[in-house]
Design a binder for this molecule. Structure first.
Ligand code: GRF
Length: 201
């Protein structure tokens, strides 16, 4: 079984979607460690309930490089081959990106390259787009800029608020994140330049 490390900072609903897929044998790997940089993150409890090692690692008082080097060491100790960012509210340093080059995924609540960064659902709503959605992409040194693995579109409705739109996008995130992880771990992703071709999708 290929080992996955999940980095979180909060709620952990995407982590839960990965856990649920793993339970059903649909993840293509096994979550070996969950690390949160926020002690009170509810996601830690979700992992523990599922019997997955889950730890809090404080980034405060450390340089970004030093903190990320610790994360790399800890994930290597657990044999991690794929890193999943799931609401991890920190920019990654080149140290972490290089250590797992091409093997870090993130889920973002918009159809990238539209609306990168924070508050993507609000950005989409305020811009007036009629379609937004969810994106799973490979993480590179930029902000939400890496090659796109999977996307699902979500219609923006006239009556939508940030909350209602976010809730529908979140459902899409939960559908595509486990599928993208599985495709990558099963070797069904072929990269051509910045284009990722996913076999069977
Ligand atoms: C999700 O909307 C994800 O796209 C973004 O942060 C949020 C995390 O939610 N990167 P959760 O912690 O997985 O519930």
């Amino acid at each position: 079984m290929k080992k996955i490390g999940v980095l979180i900072s909060g709620r952990g609903s995407n982590l839960q979607a990965l856990i649920d897929a793993q339970r059903k044998g649909e993840l293509g790997g096994e979550i070996a460690i969950v690390i949160s940089n926020v002690e009170s993150a509810p996601g830690l409890e979700r992992a523990r309930r599922a019997g997955i090692p889950a730890v809090f690692r404080d980034h405060r008082g450390k340089s970004r490089e030093a903190f990320d080097a610790d994360l790399v060491a800890e994930m290597r100790e657990h044999g991690v081959e794929l890193v999943c960012l799931a609401g991890f509210m920190r920019l990654l340093s080149p140290t972490l990106v290089r250590a797992f080059r091409g093997r870090i995924l993130n889920v973002h609540p918009a159809l990238l390259p539209a609306f990168p960064g924070l508050d993507a659902q609000r950005q989409a709503l305020e811009h007036g787009v009629k379609l937004s959605g969810a994106t799973v992409h490979v993480v590179d040194e930029g902000l939400d800029s890496g090659p796109i693995v999977m996307q699902e579109a979500v219609r923006v409705l006239g009556a939508d608020t940030v909350e209602t739109l976010s809730a529908r996008i979140l459902e899409a995130e939960h559908r595509i994140y486990p599928r993208a992880v599985r495709a990558l771990l099963e070797g069904r992703c072929r990269t051509e330049g910045r284009r990722v071709v996913v076999e069977g999708e």
